[in-house]
Design a protein around this ligand. Structure first.
Ligand code: MN
Length: 250
């Protein structure tokens, strides 16, 4: 099996290393990752600027490239320039959570979703620890568990998975759950500071507020110590509203 590994925290992120280590147990790995942190880029792509791919020695003899673009660019370049036709695309392990509406902001998931656009079975992994010094010991074991499950019970390639892993020791993980996105929002707060020239600048310090207490959501599962596996749909159409203006009065 050929496995493309991407992320959004950049090619030097420890979470990427952890994912590559597990991926190597399952097949031939090729890494294409951003050359700098690209968290929160959502599904951005680079238009009108040159994109560069640099061979990287970050993973020893493993084929690896650092890309000057976004996570979605990485997947596009891997398939479109490097000619990769992976059987599986793994993104992450992200340093930080990607539950609920984070899917829209997440660079980690944009790589997985881009993979799904290309018909590649794709999974994004996130650990609930933003620190660059995060401990991926338990996460590695849980990624392995999810991959074994995925390979024996695959999802169709147009359904990428969003996997979130609680920041707990393995012995405290209660299991793996299929979940739906919790309803919620980020309560955005900006810290106002002053630059050395006396001009104000703003630093985003929002926090997530769940508006959903049902026991089938990603937020619920993570709070209870379960690994959350949320299957995603690319089609955002609100099908139940397609008759809303029928017949269209004019
Ligand atoms: Mn990230």
């Amino acid at each position: 099996m050929r496995i493309l590994v991407c992320n959004d925290d950049g090619i030097t992120a420890p979470g990427l290393k952890a994912l590559v280590e597990v991926a190597q147990e399952f097949g031939e790995v090729v890494v294409v990752a951003p050359d700098r942190p690209q968290s929160g880029m959502g599904h951005a792509i680079s238009i009108g600027v040159p994109l560069r791919l640099y061979p990287s020695r970050e993973f020893g003899s493993l084929p690896a490239w650092a890309c000057s673009g976004t996570p979605a660019d990485c997947v596009k370049l891997a398939t479109g320039v490097l000619g990769e036709k992976p059987d599986l695309l793994l993104s992450g392990i992200n340093h930080g959570a990607n539950f609920s509406i984070s899917v829209f902001y997440s660079g980690t998931l944009s790589a997985a979703i881009e993979g799904a656009f290309e018909g590649i079975p794709s999974i994004g992994f996130s650990l609930l620890d933003y620190s660059m010094e995060a401990d991926f010991t338990a996460a590695r074991a849980l990624v392995r568990e999810v991959l074994l499950l995925y390979l024996s019970h695959p999802f169709p390639p147009h359904v990428p998975l969003n996997v979130n892993i609680p920041n707990l020791p393995l012995s405290e993980i209660r299991g793996i759950r299929l979940t739906r996105q919790a309803k919620g929002r980020f309560v955005e707060q900006f810290e106002k500071r002053m630059d050395p020239y006396g001009q104000p600048y703003y630093w985003l310090v929002g926090r997530f507020e769940s508006q959903d207490t049902e026991p089938d959501t990603d937020v619920w599962a993570l709070e209870k110590g379960f690994v959350s596996v949320c299957p995603l749909l690319i089609d955002l159409t609100a099908y139940s509203y397609l008759q809303h203006w029928q017949p269209i009065p004019r």
